[in-house]
Design a protein around this ligand. Structure first.
Ligand code: AMP
Ligand code: GLY
Length: 418
């Protein structure tokens, strides 16, 4: 098979790395890819959001299957466009990807189908939002409705902070149109767990549970990022909790989307909070998480292309999905200053040595004119190790990070430990 993966981050490197192991995948392409992905796939210089160019290329080059990984091309309808061109594509259509693209939509869906989540109200009027905040008091959570690179959520400790967040979103348009509608919701408390699940429109198979670390600095301090590391499985996610979630959250979500005429094929990301009153949905995403995918796919023992095809064909119930025993951990190595501002173009050393100790997934890297691999983004590498226990996986991953360096490299030293 000729397979194209759309995207170019650490998640896409993990997906390509896994697909490259399949005897069925004869040719693997990735658009736009990165310097690490280029070691397992042929990179194609097309932007992940360029739907027309992507479909044209896939058609002209006779792709048998396309996997669309990032949220924005999904929301733009890349899967719909590929299907229209007769190319089987993994990922939700735009009408199902909306569970991530609109928080107002997903909150309404959960309310309608009794899926446990935080109490909320949706606003398009600034004054109404401000008076709701004053009425509810703090702590309270303010969310921009649309896609905001994971940065459109403010957990406000005070009323003043919540008011400021709403003003920035609705008045100052900090997130553009994504903030014209805001969701204001109850602040939940408890450990957070992520469960990704394969879906074929009707059936769902949860992957191993995982946790990521969103804050930039140790001790969960500093600004929110895309994720500074992740591990799986989560010790907080017991078999009892898993059973509850499948029955009351996961399957009801798949059933709800089907009932609404928006069958979901692809990966649903369930962001969960384990509150004292039981698990609640914090957010849905319509895709694999980054960096959760790096440790999760490191634990997968089944051919990934078989799972992807079953999701597209509606035969997921026929696939036996197997996982390794033990645990996996991914440490993100970032550019100094991320997520605020950082310098790119510094040569990275120690990659080969690290690669002997763990799997080094590339996120923001490229080759410079001298052929050296340099940092080219905020999150640069995801060093991922599998171990007998979580402690073992963490230790192996940190040991493998040691040889790697470039100017101003930054990482957290407490991934998996807090
Ligand atoms: P989201 O982009 O919706 O995942 O939100 C980002 C982060 O904000 C989550 O991972 C939580 O840590 C936090 N968060 C979001 N909603 C709530 C809530 N209702 N209560 C407490 N924390 C929240
Ligand atoms: N790691 C969080 C996300 O992928 O949304």
């Amino acid at each position: 098979m000729k397979v194209l993966v759309v995207g170019g981050g650490g998640r896409e490197h993990a997906i390509c790395w896994k697909l490259a192991q399949s005897p069925k995948v004869a040719e693997l392409y990735c658009a736009p890819g990165n310097a690490g992905i280029a070691q397992v796939a042929t990179c194609v210089p097309i932007k992940a959001t360029d739907v027309d160019a992507m479909v044209k290329w896939a058609k002209e080059n006779a792709m048998d299957f396309v996997m669309v990984a990032p949220d924005d091309p999904l929301a733009l309808g890349m899967v719909d466009a590929l299907e229209k061109a007769g190319i089987p594509a993994f990922g939700p259509r735009a009408n199902a990807a909306i569970i991530e693209a609109s928080k107002a939509f997903s909150k309404e869906l959960m309310k309608k189908y009794n899926i446990p989540t935080a109490k909320y109200e949706t606003f398009t009027d600034l004054d109404a939002a401000l008076s709701y905040i004053r009425e509810q008091g703090a702590p309270i959570v303010v969310k921009a409705d649309g896609l905001a690179l994971g940065k459109g959520v403010v957990v406000a400790a005070t009323v003043a902070e919540a008011e400021q967040a709403v003003r920035e979103m609705m008045e100052d348009k900090k997130f553009g149109d994504s903030g014209s509608t805001v969701v204001i919701e109850e602040c939940m408390v408890g450990p957070e767990v992520t469960v990704l699940a394969f879906c074929d429109g009707e059936h769902l198979v949860p992957m191993l549970s995982s946790q990521d670390h969103k804050r930039a600095y140790d001790g969960n301090k500093g600004p929110n990022t895309g994720g500074m590391g992740a591990f799986c499985p989560s010790p907080n996610y017991t078999p009892e909790i898993a059973q509850f979630c499948t029955k009351h959250i996961f399957q009801p979500t798949v059933d709800a989307l089907k009932a609404e005429g928006r069958p979901f094929k692809g990966v649903i990301y369930f962001g969960l909070m384990l509150t004292k009153d039981g698990p609640r949905v914090v957010e849905y995403n319509a895709r694999f998480g980054d960096p959760e995918t790096q440790p999760i796919l490191s634990m997968l023992d089944t051919d990934l292309i078989d799972i992807f095809q079953a999701c597209v064909n509606g035969t997921l119930d026929k696939v036996d999905i197997k996982w390794k025993a033990g645990a996996a951990c991914c440490i993100v190595l970032a550019s100094g200053g991320y997520p605020v501002s950082y310098q790119s173009g510094y040569p990275i050393s120690g990659l080969d040595e690290a690669g002997k100790l763990a799997t080094v997934f590339h996120a923001g890297t490229k080759r410079n004119d001298n052929g050296e691999i340099v940092n080219a983004g905020g999150r640069v590498l995801g060093v991922t190790a599998v171990g007998r226990t979580l402690g073992d996986a963490i230790e192996k991953a940190y040991t493998a990070c040691k040889p790697i360096s470039w100017t101003d490299m930054h990482m957290r030293t407490d991934i998996g430990k807090v």
